[in-house]
Unconditional design. Structure first.
Length: 95
């Protein structure tokens, strides 16, 4: 199964998403280059107060308060089926 990670880099709503998101996307893509994980930049994930943020697909988990050092670890763990509960957030969607 291919895991698709989206990292918010949308700076119009909140510059923090672009300032934090772009380096995070690069760090995750570099760290997981040899894996079956696709990392793309995306627009607003409705969690700018939690920047840097990422959405994992196909399961739809949202991670927040990521930085360049922990994001690759979190996304690698996620690709291996592990979840980091302390960095999960709901993006306003009702479940």
């Amino acid at each position: 199964m291919c895991i698709r990670d989206r990292v918010c880099t949308h700076g119009v709503r909140d510059a923090c998403c672009a300032i934090k998101g772009r380096p995070i996307a690069g760090a995750v893509a570099k760290a997981l280059a040899s894996s079956d994980v696709e990392v793309l930049e995306c627009s607003h994930l409705n969690g700018h107060r939690f920047a840097g943020t990422a959405l994992t697909l196909p399961d739809g988990l949202c991670y927040g308060r990521l930085d360049q050092s922990d994001a690759p670890k979190v996304m690698k763990a996620h690709a291996e089926g592990r979840v980091w509960p302390c960095l999960l957030y709901t993006s306003g969607h009702r479940r």
